[in-house]
Design a protein around this ligand. Structure first.
Ligand SMILES: CC(C)(COP(=O)(O)OP(=O)(O)OC[C@H]1O[C@@H](n2cnc3c(N)ncnc32)[C@H](O)[C@@H]1OP(=O)(O)O)[C@@H](O)C(=O)NCCC(=O)NCCS
Length: 165
């Protein structure tokens, strides 16, 4: 497996892959809209390749806590017949490492805590970050990084294309 940065030539395959991973088109369209709107953080968008075929993809985009930019991770998807084989984990570690290299304070995401806890994610409310929708509760998680500033608290606002989900 090869993990590398997403490139524009991957766009069609990424759309197909995310739609297959989620079993619907919404997240695939979201990834397109994030890219088209300039919301993606290119250094934190990766694909996983096997035999030159893209089989996994993760997007990180810029959201905000107040005026402070904070990276939001997702969607992340792996080709259905290749799930549970470490590809998602490799993409997560790549995104977290890239975030550290950029001196990002934290990453937030919405997902199943049973999966994301293995990467150090905990309920975002633990560090004072509220989800955009209260009902998300502990499914809205954060991973504080080395350059985290404990005074950075408030409600998270995703990049605008998330509002269309
Ligand atoms: C979630 C996803 C990206 C993980 O990628 P992956 O390559 O399958 O994951 P890995 O092989 O690295 O990790 C597998 C482990 O994660 C667990 N896992 C995978 N998806 C999970 C989920 N949605 N909730 C809880 N646990 C999950 C597996 O049970 C397995 O656990 P184990 O190691 O204890 O057996 C992938 O399953 C996927 O594309 N799912 C459909 C799309 C989706 O739900 N994306 C995330 C939305 S938040």
């Amino acid at each position: 497996m090869l993990i590398r940065l997403e490139s524009t030539r991957d766009a069609d395959r990424i759309h197909e892959l995310q739609a297959a991973a989620f079993g619907q088109i919404a997240e695939a369209d979201l990834a397109v809209a994030l890219r088209a709107g300039g919301h993606c953080i290119p250094e934190m968008c990766f694909v996983a390749e096997i035999d030159e075929r893209v089989v996994g993809h993760v997007v990180c985009s810029t959201g905000f806590v107040g005026d402070a930019p904070v990276a939001g991770l997702g969607p992340i998807g792996v080709e259905p017949n290749l799930q549970h084989d470490g590809i998602g984990s490799a993409l997560m570690h790549a995104a977290i490492g890239a975030a550290e290299a950029r001196h990002e304070p934290m990453i937030v995401l919405l997902g199943n805590p049973a999966y994301y806890c293995r990467f150090g994610f905990t309920p975002a409310s633990d560090i004072g970050i509220a989800p955009p929708e209260e009902a998300w509760g502990p499914h809205f998680q954060s991973r504080a990084l080395t350059h985290h500033d404990a005074s950075l608290t408030g409600t998270y606002r995703y990049a605008e294309p998330f509002d269309q989900l």
